[in-house]
Structure formats: structure tokens, C-alpha cells
Write a protein that binds this ligand. Structure first.
Ligand SMILES: [Ca+2]
Ligand SMILES: [Ca+2]
Ligand SMILES: [Ca+2]
Length: 265
């Protein structure tokens, strides 16, 4: 009798905790729920950034919930000496509440590519190790990791080290900003360190984007990654299970406790 009851209670508990996990999962923000990068850390132009698209505020939303409008042009891989040399070239934005590394894709870095016109930018990410999320200068003491592009092994060099010819690029490679279609979805599990080794990132707060190439694009001038917005797909890193769920759980457990006592005679 005891053994039978214990198995029953055990099974009930497993079902109950499975239920909590399902509820916690359902309560997470849905993909595309509108968690946009909301902190502008810096914008350092590369050569040949497209005139008229030099407003980095176009790529962030101060309230984090409204999709920003317009694009900012990053210019080529190489520094533009006319536009300051303070930081590494590119755009660095942040999430004031760190975004989680959940199941599958976590990050969407959207440009303005269309079929047969893509201008890939490589993406680096960093955590905020001393707070809940990004601040304007909080990135300075953090380590950045490259989102490993799907054609990484075929590249002549790591994109962090030198510009790469567009001949190595195609619009459907994964892990780049401003490529076509769904290719801009990225998984934080793809992050690698300087040595090319995968790292485990439970969350990130900072996203830096830089054009991969210095190549010219004929009548269009030069390839320069354009950034429209940066979106987190799996919610913020702190996903508290609502108090109501815990209270419900405590109530169910106490009811089960009473029943098991009644049933063991
Ligand atoms: Ca993930
Ligand atoms: Ca920091
Ligand atoms: Ca573009």
C-alpha cells in the first residue's frame, strides 16, 4: 500500500513540475514580441558609409518595445579617418535588460537586403557582467565573441582580423546582418572566442556589427552593411516564474500531503 501510494504521489509530482515548466515556457515572450535594442553605445563609421544614413539612433528604440525606423549605414570594414578613431569600426548597441540564450535563434539583426542585394556584416556579442543589462559605456570591460558565420571555415581569415572579398559571400549564409530572407536569425550558441572555440553564453547585452568587406559595388559605390534594428527573440535573461504559479504549487502540494495521509491507513 505504501509503495503504491508513493508511486502515485511521485508520478503526480512529476506531472506537476512538468506542468510548471510548460507554464513557464508559455509565459515567455513570443518570438518577435518586440524586444528591440534600446541603448546606443557607439557608431564608428567605416569608409564609404552611405551619405544620408549616418544616424545611428535609427537602429535603436529608446523604449525597447517600439520597432525603430530607418537604417544606419556602417561603411566598409576599414576606418574612415574623417569620422573619428575612438572605437572599433561599426555600430554597437545594447539591451538594457540582457537577452536570453533560449532554444534556437535568439537574435535577429535586420538590414535592408533584398534578393541579390546583400551587404553582410559580421556580428559580435558580449555579456554585461556587472549589471542586469547594457549601459552606454558598460561594454568597455567586456569580452566580445563572434557569431560564427555558416561559411566561417571557407573564409580566408576571421572577419575580425581583416576585410574579406565579397566573392566569399552569398545572401543565404547564416550569422550575418543585412543578408537576405531568414538568414539574419542567429543563435547565441554560435558564439566563438578569438581562438575560434565555442563559448557558452546564457545571455548577452551588447551587439556589435561591422561590414565584412572593403569591396566596391560598381555603380552602387561600396558594400556597406545597413542596420535597421536589432531584436532579441527569447525574452530577457531573467524570466521569473510568476508568484501565482508558486502559490498554486504550494497549495497543490499541501492538498496532496493531506490526501496521502488519509490514504495510507
Ligand atoms: Ca539559442
Ligand atoms: Ca560592463
Ligand atoms: Ca544594405
Amino acid at each position: 500500500m505504501w509503495g503504491h501510494n508513493r508511486v502515485k504521489i511521485h508520478t503526480t509530482l512529476i506531472g506537476f513540475f512538468a506542468g510548471i515548466l510548460v507554464m513557464a515556457f508559455l509565459l515567455r515572450p513570443a518570438h518577435g514580441a518586440g524586444l528591440y535594442a534600446d541603448v546606443l553605445c557607439y557608431y564608428e563609421q567605416g569608409l564609404h558609409a552611405s551619405t544620408g544614413y549616418w544616424t545611428p539612433e535609427n537602429a535603436v528604440s529608446p523604449d525597447g518595445a517600439t520597432k525603430p525606423s530607418g537604417v544606419v549605414s556602417l561603411g566598409s570594414w576599414s576606418d574612415d579617418p574623417d569620422h573619428g578613431q575612438d572605437y572599433p569600426v561599426g555600430l554597437l548597441v545594447g539591451f538594457s535588460a540582457s537577452i536570453a540564450n533560449g532554444t534556437g535563434a535568439d537574435l535577429f539583426v535586420h538590414g535592408n537586403a533584398f534578393s541579390n542585394w546583400f551587404e553582410p556584416g559580421f556580428v559580435e556579442v558580449a555579456r554585461e557582467t556587472s549589471g542586469v543589462g547594457a549601459t552606454v559605456d558598460g561594454w568597455m570591460d567586456e569580452t566580445f565573441f563572434l557569431i560564427r558565420p555558416s561559411n566561417y571555415d571557407a573564409l580566408p581569415n576571421d572577419p575580425r582580423q581583416a576585410p574579406i572579398s565579397m566573392s566569399y559571400m552569398s545572401e543565404h549564409e547564416l550569422g550575418y546582418a543585412d543578408v537576405f530572407g531568414d538568414s539574419e536569425y542567429m543563435d547565441l550558441d554560435w558564439a566563438i572566442d578569438d581562438a575560434g572555440t565555442f563559448v557558452v553564453l546564457p545571455d548577452i547585452a551588447y551587439v556589435r556589427i561591422r561590414t565584412v568587406t572593403d569591396d566596391a559595388a560598381g555603380v552602387f559605390g561600396y558594400y556597406t552593411t545597413d542596420v535597421d534594428y536589432v531584436e532579441g527573440l527569447n525574452g530577457t535573461s531573467q524570466v521569473p516564474i510568476p508568484a501565482a504559479v508558486w502559490l498554486l504549487g504550494a497549495g497543490l502540494l499541501s492538498v496532496m500531503g493531506i490526501r496521502s495521509k488519509d490514504g495510507c491507513g
